[in-house]
Design a protein around this ligand. Structure first.
Ligand SMILES: Cc1cc2nc3c(=O)[nH]c(=O)nc-3n(C[C@H](O)[C@H](O)[C@H](O)COP(=O)(O)OP(=O)(O)OC[C@H]3O[C@@H](n4cnc5c(N)ncnc54)[C@H](O)[C@@H]3O)c2cc1C
Length: 470
């Protein structure tokens, strides 16, 4: 039998371990390169594969009405090592899947080390991988070592790769009260791809604005970690509460400026506005423009729900500001996660612009399957966009609307899996039953999304092409 060239995976974290496993399980050899313990990151403490650097939770395990729970289930069906190890070492945590971090990482490490098709090399990859590695998955995470990070940055021609990730909250459109808000771009400007009504505007009067500024300043914030304090900090992405502290009017002359806007509900210019901009091609998710923040999550929900029109806002993602390394994936990666400028390099994990342990592992799973299929002379189609795996892949390779901020910064930001990334599904009304309303309707809609997803992932997994060997 002809020997198959190995695929090289760089980084033995959540994504790299899963990618290596998926490749090996398909019968293709892998070399997994991990720099720990020779060189540690600022957050990792062990030499184990798939070390959880902070919380020990994989979040909700409810596959019926929660998007990350659905992602768990899809990954289980795809033979995920990360999910198998999490299931073995789960701890009591209500509806969440929490794990014993040491036993979890030990099991992943053992499965990787003992797999006959996986070789492990403990060394930092300090620049672009050698040219004769013709299929490589880069899964080096948010704390990618500087030498590799610089080499990737040079290859992608991007201004920056490692920086503070200024994340603004994202709202589900159906939770915005449009009897208070309205759609309008400043001065009705249409721009290159717009209509003149591209933003949703939430108006504040003087009293509401003053109360909002006070709440921002008083709100509880999260602290920077010591090693984050040395990361360069851009004036262009100051947290809103820092702007608020600089003076009562700073935000009204910044992201909350009311110029060029007229509130049609009152035929007047608002005192201040919060603008929402479409974030995904489906039009289901809208981000709060310029609202990066270090407020604690609970505080964000409380304070932002005081904004008129957002009283019942459901957040697909809350804001944050932390050190990260990720690519401008919608521009740089193709649909199978290859770098367009150098297709021998695939990317996986947090570095592709997903957020979270499970999401990182999920993209590792897909990158591994794509690479293994390619090595075997096959082309693996992407999972359908109706599945959690497909929806997440869609977000990083095309679903995000690529807008440029006024200061030229890219707008693509990391994302957790959430139902806003899925094409809508109608809630199923029980035969002969009454019309569903409110919370009941929302739950029925989620059930419709998840049952469609599981049906579609089963079809994708059983399609001819890559099959698991064990
Ligand atoms: C401080 C911090 C806390 C976080 N907390 C959470 C949380 O609580 N919950 C959550 O869901 N997500 C959290 N995240 C986000 C994210 O989910 C995790 O970082 C996750 O581990 C990402 O998975 P990954 O596989 O992409 O990267 P990692 O798991 O970080 O794996 C990358 C691996 O690549 C190795 N590596 C890096 N550079 C090189 C190189 N040049 N050569 C060889 N190896 C290299 C690293 O040593 C590491 O083992 C956190 C992130 C950070 C930075």
């Amino acid at each position: 039998m002809a020997t198959i060239d190995p695929i090289h995976v760089i980084g033995g974290g959540l994504a790299g371990s899963e990618a290596a496993w998926q490749i090996a399980q398909s019968g293709v050899p892998v070399v997994l390169h991990e720099m720990r313990p020779e060189r540690m990151t600022d957050a990792h403490k062990t030499d184990g594969f798939a070390e959880l650097v902070c919380s020990n939770s994989f979040r909700s395990d409810d596959a019926e009405t929660n998007a990350v729970g659905l992602l768990h289930e899809e990954m289980r069906r795809a033979g995920s090592l990360i999910m198998a190890a999490a299931d073995v070492h789960k701890l009591p945590a209500g509806g969440a899947l929490a794990v014993d971090r040491d036993s979890f990482s030990a099991l992943v490490s053992e499965r990787i080390r003992t797999h006959p098709l996986i070789a492990c090399e403990r060394k930092e990859i300090v620049g672009l991988p050698p040219e004769d590695w013709n299929s490589v998955i880069v899964a080096t995470g948010p704390l990618t070592s500087p030498a590799l990070s610089k080499a990737i940055q040079a290859l992608t021609d991007e201004d920056s790769l490692a920086f503070f990730d200024a994340i603004a909250p994202i709202v589900h459109i159906e939770s915005v009260d449009m009897s208070v808000c309205w759609r309008q771009s400043r001065y009705d400007k249409a721009g290159p791809a717009g209509t003149g009504a591209d933003y949703i505007n939430c108006p504040l009067d003087r009293e509401q604005y003053t109360a909002f500024i006070e709440a921002l300043i008083a709100g509880e914030k999260t602290d920077f970690k010591d090693w984050e304090k040395s990361t360069p900090y851009f004036e262009g992405c100051l947290p809103i509460e820092v702007m608020a502290e600089r003076g009562a009017e700073t935000l009204r002359f910044g992201p909350m400026k009311p110029v060029g806007l007229t509130n049609p509900h009152r035929e007047e210019r608002p005192y201040a506005v919060v603008q929402l901009r479409q974030d995904n091609a489906l039009g289901t998710l809208w981000n709060m423009v310029g609202f990066q923040t270090k407020l604690k999550y609970g505080e964000q929900s409380r304070v932002f729900r005081t904004i008129p029109g957002l009283e019942k806002a459901e957040f697909a993602r809350l804001g944050g500001l932390h050190r990260n390394t990720f690519l401008n994936s919608p521009k740089l990666l193709d649909r199978s996660l290859r770098l367009k400028a150098a297709p021998r390099l695939r990317f996986a994990g947090q570095v592709t612009g997903v957020e979270g342990y499970v999401e990182s592992a999920a993209i590792g799973l897909l990158a591994g399957r794509f690479a293994a299929a390619e090595r075997q002379g096959e082309t693996l189609s992407a999972p359908p966009p109706t599945t959690a795996l497909g929806a997440l892949l869609g977000h990083i390779t095309g679903g995000h609307i690529a807008g440029e901020e006024e200061d030229g910064k890219r707008s693509f930001q990391p994302m957790n899996v959430n139902f806003g990334l899925f094409p809508p599904a109608e809630a199923v009304t029980p035969a002969g039953g009454k019309r569903l309303k409110g919370q009941e309707k929302a739950m029925a809609r989620k059930r419709a999304l998840t049952s469609r997803a599981l049906r579609d992932i089963d079809a994708w997994l059983s399609a001819p092409g890559l099959q698991r060997t064990a």
